[in-house]
Write a protein that binds this ligand. Sequence first.
Ligand code: BES
Ligand code: MN
Ligand code: ZN
Length: 492
Amino acid sequence: MKLSFQKSSVDRISAELVTVFIHQDPSVFKKETTALSKVMDIAPMLEAGDFRAKNDESAFVYLQSEKKPKRILLVGLGEKKDVTLERYRRAAAFAAKRARKVKAKSVVLFLPSLLHKPFDSFVAFAEGAYLSLYRFDKYLSKEKGEAAKVEEVGIASDDGKVSAISKEALHHAQVLCEATFLARDLANAPGNEIYPETLAKAAQDSARRCGYKATVLDERKIKELGMGGVIGVCQGSVRRPRFIILEYGPASKKPVVLVGKGVTFDTGGISIKPSANMAEMKMDMSGAAAVVGTFEAVSRLKLPVHLVGLIPAVENMPSGSAVRPGDILRHLNGKTSEVDNTDAEGRLILADALAYADRYKPAAVIDLATLTGAIVVALGHVTTGMMGNDEELMDKLKASGDSTFERVWQLPLFDEYEKLIKSDIADVKNVGGRWAGSITAALFLKKFTGSYKWAHLDIAGTAILEEAQEYIPKGGSGVGVRLLTDFLKNWK
Ligand code: BES
Ligand code: MN
Ligand code: ZN
């Protein structure tokens, strides 16, 4: 999709739909509708009380003239004091989806007089519109050509300050949205398209495109290194495992390491899942998708960081060769785990990756994983669960979560939970029983972290949506890409 900018007043824009965002405060409203009143009579609309620019209010207006926009959508933003970047994203998403609904091929968003941060506001409008128009349609042979598609999203403003930052903001938004789309595409792709080998191929393609490094370890190397968790989980599948290593930026700096769970399909293995909703488990590599998407964004934006990405990629299947409940695996750092439930496979492969991360002497390690159903019970599809060993690192992630609205919330890792994953015959057990499931999963991971600052993001609820949100269609959300890119932008 094309994103563009034009410096113009409303009455000189031609697009199939022009959207004008307006604040409710009388003085601002007046200013924001001055140009508009050159092409239409606003008074009757106000008198009728149909549109007062309250948040969520909107109205279509149709004009006669040929040159001027023939179809205008007014979108209210409410009072300026209540406005946030997220309100901008949602308003833009609303406009873009209305454009699609009326089959407009081009939509222009005419920006309101902005907040004190014109760059962030510009990006918020652009990403709200762009992200809302995502569709996973590559397998639709019929609808593809027929479905209405918005081909161009334009941003317009007559403000010199906005125009000055427009080029950079446009690029920033485009990169973030394309990287999020990549993560969504990878997650939404079915298990017969994306399996460890093809996930690795997708990462290599991205690396080639964007100029970062990708190394792929095959099964022989994984075994040789001693990644018993990866080997154990994959051994029931005909799809062979891969361990994907991404690297970007100057090796002179200590890296931030991103670890992504790459279970390309999770049947549960011998502890098999019920068949209802099992298809969702094609998205059990959403952590991996977020890591690849973040590399795409960070490298294209040329952020001054040293970044390493680690993705253990496996398929969790039941078969005659599958790992059994009761089996004991030896991980990369020498510690052993008792597999009490083969459906708690994510932590088994992440254990090896977290232990591997220590080799980089990282400044920080962040893992992303669709790890537990329990986090969905606790936080729903709204918030990512966060646990870790460093408050400062988690505070930074929290701040990035608030500004990107990919929000995270911390859960505790108190010592008292540890006994739940104690094993009599191995160093740790891979399940902790019914209670505090997300915490025991994270405590399992903690046994395999090195001497680095670590944060774990459980994205099981936020990466996989059963229902669309404002600018995220149902399915894979691409969560993590904007969060981590913002975090890395602010990384010292
Ligand atoms: N991939 C699942 C977690 C999951 C559940 C992700 C729902 C997205 C939506 C994970 O591998 C899993 O199966 N976890 C088990 C752990 C249990 C056996 C301790 C779970 O949450 O039920
Ligand atoms: Mn599982
Ligand atoms: Zn899983």
